[in-house]
Design a protein around this ligand. Structure first.
Ligand code: G3P
Ligand code: CA
Length: 247
C-alpha cells in the first residue's frame, strides 16, 4: 500500500508547519506528516519552511536572526486564519511531544545551510534519541552532505534524498550515500525508477503530489508513499483504488 504523508501537515486547509496542520493530518487519517526544520539564533530547532519568516508570518527577516522567544511572538497564521487569531511557530520538541501520543510517521526535512556546520543535524538526532523515534522518523534533505552527516551520526535512522531534477540511476546514487529512500519531485519519476529502486531496497516517496491523476499514476506505479498537501483526497482515492500493493 502507498502511504500518505501530509506535506507541512494538512497544509491545504491549515497554516503550513503548525500544530493545527499536523493535528488535522492525523484527524483525516494520514499515515504520516512531513515538516521542515531550521535553527534559531539561540540554537533551538523550529518548524518552518522558508529561510525568512516573511511569507508565512507577520514578521520580516531570517529565521536565524530571531531567538526562539522572538520567533514565537510572530503569528504563523499565513493565509488561513483571521489576523487576530494567534498561531505559533512550533518547536520540534512540541511536535515530538504530540507524536508521542499517536503512531504517525514523521518525515523531518532538514533545511540546512552551510553556516550551521551540521549543528541542526546533531540537534535533530538528539531529539530522535530522546524520544526513541529511531523507527518513526525519516530524515530528508536537498543537501546531500547533510544526509551523509546524519547517516554518520545515526546509521539506524532512515535517511532519504530529496531532489527536483533527473538523477541518473538514483537508486545507485542513494545506495552510495547510505540513504534508504529517494524523495524525488513527482515529475521526475518513471516506472523504471520506482521498480529498480524498490528492487534495490530503496523506498520511493515523491513530492508534492496534489492532483488526482498524478496520485493515481503514482499509486499504480507502486510508490512506497506520496507526500501531499491534500491527504484527504489521497486517502479517498487510495480507498477507491482498493490498493493491495504492499510496501
Ligand atoms: O519533502 C518534500 C518537500 O517538502 C520538499 O520541498 O520545498 O516543500 O520543502 P519543499
Ligand atoms: Ca519540506
Amino acid at each position: 500500500m502507498t502511504l500518505i504523508f501530509a506535506h507541512r501537515g494538512f497544509s491545504s486547509i491549515e497554516p503550513e508547519n503548525t500544530m493545527s496542520a499536523f493535528q488535522e493530518a492525523e484527524k483525516c487519517g494520514a499515515d504520516g506528516i512531513e515538516l521542515d526544520v531550521q535553527l534559531t539564533k539561540d540554537g533551538e530547532v523550529v518548524v518552518i519552511h522558508d529561510e525568512k519568516v516573511d511569507r508565512t508570518t507577520n514578521g520580516k527577516g531570517y529565521v536565524k536572526d530571531y531567538t526562539l522567544s522572538e520567533l514565537q511572538q510572530l503569528n504563523a497564521h499565513y493565509i488561513f486564519k483571521k489576523q487576530n487569531e494567534k498561531v505559533r511557530i512550533p518547536t520540534l520538541k512540541e511536535v515530538f511531544d504530540w507524536l508521542a501520543g499517536n503512531h504517525l510517521i514523521c518525515n523531518v526535512e532538514i533545511k540546512s545551510h552551510e553556516f550551521q556546520q551540521f549543528h541542526l543535524e546533531e540537534k535533530v538526532i538528539a531529539f530522535i534519541r530522546r524520544y526513541g523515534f529511531e523507527k518513526r522518523v525519516i530524515l530528508s534533505s536537498f543537501n546531500h552532505y547533510s544526509i551523509v552527516h546524519c547517516y554518520r551520526l545515526a546509521p539506524d535512522v532512515e535517511t532519504a534524498l530529496l531532489y527536483s531534477y533527473g538523477i541518473y540511476l538514483p537508486w545507485v546514487y542513494a545506495k552510495g550515500l547510505h540513504a534508504r529512500a529517494i524523495h524525488p519531485h513527482y515529475q521526475t519519476l518513471t516506472e523504471e525508477i520506482v521498480q529498480m529502486s524498490r528492487q534495490n531496497g530503496i523506498k520511493v516517496r515523491p513530492y508534492t503530489v496534489n492532483r488526482e491523476k498524478d496520485m493515481k499514476r503514482l499509486f499504480a506505479m507502486g510508490c512506497d508513499a506520496i507526500i501531499t498537501d491534500e491527504p484527504k483526497k489521497a486517502l479517498r482515492l487510495r480507498q477507491s483504488d482498493g490498493q493491495s500493493f504492499s510496501s
